[in-house]
Design a protein around this ligand. Sequence first.
Ligand SMILES: [Zn+2]
Length: 77
Amino acid sequence: MKTLLPCLLLAIVAITSVFAKGGPAINDKCPVDGNAVRIIYRIFTEKGNVAFCCVDCMSLYEKEPSRYPVVPKKPGS
Ligand SMILES: [Zn+2]
């Protein structure tokens, strides 16, 4: 089973990049709790890719996007 893990991770990364359109996330802080985001947790919105710190925040945001304002990161940072 241990040898399967790297393949599985690669598959997840591949799937994520297929579904994530428009490149990197527009934010670097989680809109739900303000933690640093991890790029694997992101969804594509009309504003661009919004990233989250964890899958829980991602699903909270998906339920009520208007409740969590997304702060775009500063360009060049
Ligand atoms: Zn979060």
